[in-house]
Ligand binder design. Structure first.
Ligand code: GDP
Ligand code: MG
Length: 379
């Protein structure tokens, strides 16, 4: 063990989405060990970072978030695999212990209360450093600061307006811990499973040239631009099926289309644009981002993409699951469509469901008594 460094894993041992470690380092030379491994995107050195400052960057090429939580303590949020944890720990010290999380030292010396505990629970569900960095901002004081400022507000209409503005990020905040969902829909044999495989880069869906092969949903997780996504492959949507098993798949595909954040409608360019595609397009709810993947464009007898009759600002991307045409475009379109605006890195965010519900009640009927009661429960 390095005499002046102790690394404790705060998250449970075993594979997780994100692992959090606490490095207790005393002595200048010791803290500078962090600098030699971690490169912050903004060039700041972790050993010199202000307390509470969140640094996003690379540790030996891996995405990592480092935050100094007190004079001698740094939290390191890295990929949740055991290998990543072990490597970082060993680079800092030979001694690694798994322990119950110690009480967190708050940067502002406030005691950790219900608010921080609730945020920490959410933080541990984050799957990427990018999403974790937003939660960390809340954990290290942004949300507490917002609520404290709110408690000083005398004018209830102004308070309600501020809360409303804050709650506008609700959907974004919810997706920091629950991946955005993308449905791949389309007629049987259009190439949905093949495209899903091309998108995620390995064979996972069943690809078969017999219509109706994908009877259950096949989900695949991927990270694009630091955002976690789940892509759901569905059975081909047909209304004229007699087979019961296929009908169940068809039903679930229809449901998936209405419970997702984005929809990729795959169309077989050999068949061209049909009434069934038109029907599918209109089944996509307006709240859902949508793109048509005009697939199989590698084939010579494809029909013209101009046949698509598209409204609602739907994007059209020409693809081929076989030779990879358009896959990069799909990978660019998805995060841009799903997360078109992001809050400022320092913004308070509505990351606690029960607090959001209470604040919604306040917005519905703003009263000082109610606001005091809500804030007393959290501050
Ligand atoms: N030439 C060509 N064939 C494709 C393409 N995408 C899918 N296919 C073929 O079309 C058939 C049906 O594909 P599949 O992905 O199972 O369709 P799904 O029923 O919509 O999931 C398979 O034989 C695939 O190999 C493509 O882009 N180009
Ligand atoms: Mg399929």
């Amino acid at each position: 063990m390095n005499g002046e460094t102790k690394v404790t894993r705060l998250t449970a041992a075993g594979r997780g989405a994100v692992a959090v470690m606490r490095a207790n380092m005393s002595g200048r030379a010791t803290a500078e060990r962090l600098d030699s491994y971690f490169r912050a995107a903004n060039g700041l050195l972790p050993s010199r970072a202000a307390i509470g400052r969140i640094l996003y960057g690379l540790w030996d090429g891996e995405d990592v978030v480092v935050v100094r939580v007190s004079d001698n303590n740094w939290e390191i949020h890295c990929h949740g695999g055991d290998a990543a944890v072990k490597r970082i720990s060993q680079q800092l010290t030979d001694d690694v212990t798994s322990a119950d999380p110690p009480p967190h030292e708050r940067p502002d010396n406030a005691t950790e209360g219900r608010l921080e505990k609730s945020i920490l629970k959410q933080l541990l569900k984050c799957r990427t450093p990018r999403t974790a960095s937003f939660l960390l901002t809340q954990y290290t004081g942004a949300l507490r600061q917002f609520l404290s400022t709110l408690s000083g507000q005398e004018n209830m209409q102004a308070a309600a307006a501020e809360v409303n503005k804050f709650l506008r990020w609700r959907d974004f905040a919810a997706h920091l811990t629950a991946p955005w969902r993308v449905a791949v829909i389309g007629q049987p044999n259009a190439g949905k499973s093949s495209l899903l495989n091309a998108i995620i880069g390995y064979e996972r869906s069943i690809v078969f040239d017999q219509p109706g092969t994908t009877r259950d949903l096949v989900e695949a997780e991927l990270i694009l631009d630091g955002w976690p996504l789940v892509i759901v492959d569905t059975a081909g949507i047909r209304t004229d099926v007699s087979n019961d098993i296929e009908a169940v798949g068809v039903d679930s595909a229809r449901r998936t289309a209405t419970s997702c954040d984005a929809c990729l409608l795959v169309v077989d360019s050999q068949r061209g644009w049909t009434d069934a595609d038109e029907e599918l397009l209109s089944a996509i709810p307006a709240t859902c981002q949508s793109a048509i993947l005009w697939n199989k464009t590698d084939l010579p007898d494809r029909r013209s993409v101009s046949l698509c009759r598209v409204t609602k600002g739907t994007s059209i991307i020409e693809t081929s699951a076989v030779d990879g045409i358009g896959i990069n475009e799909v990978l660019t379109w998805l995060p841009a469509a799903l997360v078109s605006v992001t809050p400022l890195a320092t913004a308070p965010l509505p990351v606690i469901g029960s607090l959001n519900t209470e604040l919604t009640d306040f917005v519905d009927s703003p009263s000082q008594m109610l606001l005091r009661k809500i804030l007393a429960g959290w501050l």
